[in-house]
Design a protein around this ligand. Structure first.
Ligand code: PLP
Ligand code: COI
Length: 345
């Protein structure tokens, strides 16, 4: 879809926060009697809820996050939405939400992004349109059990960088006072409950001056799991190393970066990473849709600090990966991996 003719919304595109800005439409589907309804675009940004909706009481909710970009040649593209559709099905299975068909998910993305084309940040602003699908159980009930009805909504909002300053190193704190996931729990699924479990750790880190919290595996507290908002990657020489763990979210950004790293001739290792290995890394990054690659300056663990590079500037490998990823997303270099889905008019 070409946007050169679209009159863009009047926003300060180069200075957007990672926050909510009301756009023109969201799209909604309702599940009842075993079937999903047709999607309806609405400009109402509120939902009317029943006081006994089970999502409110028992947290039956899952969500996704991805981004749309305007490319150099004026198209609107979404980065790997099929992967998000599949991951939402995996999350849904874990909390007994009926699966959303991949085609329905993609149709919803097409319609809601096209309807909000004026909110897709212009090319070269560094901003993007964040797409947040969310599914939750509704229909009054009070006993514990899966809901009988569900609401699936896709909202969009233009965003800037998640961590202040964009591609600038931040300090992380290993929070081992509180777990965000359990060994056979829900850490590998994108459900709201994980984020509620991480709020206290987030607050604890923030109060001590660390913008980002890093968690260890919940069983042994010995291996690196992930950040509260994103996956962990470590660069050691020519190696791209990322944790293998059953309590972390399988990040689509991490998967993409690992593919790019291998393509650049790096050795990719997905394995348990002992916290003691932190001293071996030249660079560490927090990677995800919102975080993109946020370079990590240092990691505080109890009374020890591990510093990466000079602790002030992003390392060369992270920089190369960041540039390559963002250039693919904005069509500045060829999408040789076939990751972009174009929004049709
Ligand atoms: N880990 C957590 C806890 C996240 O919230 C996210 C963000 O979605 C990620 C990892 C990164 O996943 P993705 O790259 O698919 O956005
Ligand atoms: C994302 O990166 O899409 C997320 O959902 C992370 C969230 C903390 C904003």
């Amino acid at each position: 879809m070409k946007t050169q003719t679209t009159q863009k919304a009047d926003l300060d595109w180069k200075d957007l926060p990672f926050g909510y800005i009301k756009t023109d439409f969201n799209i909604r589907y309702h599940y009842k009697d075993g079937a999903w309804s047709k999607g309806e675009l609405t400009s109402d940004a509120t939902v009317k809820m029943h006081i006994a909706d089970p999502c409110l009481h028992y947290g039956q909710e899952a969500f996704e996050g991805m981004k749309a970009f305007e490319t150099k040649d004026g198209r609107i593209v979404v980065f790997r939405p099929i992967e998000n559709a599949k991951r939402l099905q995996v999350s849904s299975d874990r909390i007994l939400v009926p699966r959303i068909p991949v085609e329905m998910f993609l149709e919803g993305i097409q319609k809601v992004v096209a309807a909000n084309a004026r909110f897709v940040p212009p090319y070269n602003t560094g901003a993007s349109l964040y797409i947040r699908p969310v599914v939750f159980g509704v229909g009054a009930q009070i006993g514990l059990g899966p809901a009988k009805e569900y609401e699936f909504i896709i909202l969009v909002t233009p965003v800037g960088p998640y961590y202040k300053g964009g591609f600038k190193p931040v300090k992380a704190l290993i929070v081992d006072e509180y777990d965000r996931a359990a060994p056979l729990g829900m850490g590998a699924y994108k459900v709201g409950a994980n984020y509620a479990a991480g709020l206290l750790g987030y607050e604890y880190a923030h109060q001590q001056g660390y913008p980002i919290a890093l968690y260890l595996d919940p069983k042994e507290k010995k291996y690196i799991d992930e950040f509260g908002t994103s996956n962990f990657i470590g660069i050691a020489g020519n190696k791209y190393i990322t944790p293998k763990s059953s309590s972390i979210l399988p990040s689509i950004t991490n998967d993409s970066l690992a593919i790019m790293a291998a393509d650049m001739g790096m050795v990719v290792e997905k394995r348990p990473i002992d916290v003691e290995e932190l001293k071996n890394f030249d660079e560490v990054g927090a990677v995800g849709t919102a975080a993109v690659i946020t370079p990590i300056a240092s990691i505080q663990y109890k009374d020890r600090a591990f510093t990466f590079g000079d602790g002030a500037t992003a390392g060369p490998v992270s920089t190369k990966l960041y540039e390559k990823l963002t250039k693919i997303q904005t069509g500045e270099i060829d999408d040789t991996f076939g990751w972009l889905e174009e929004i049709k008019a």
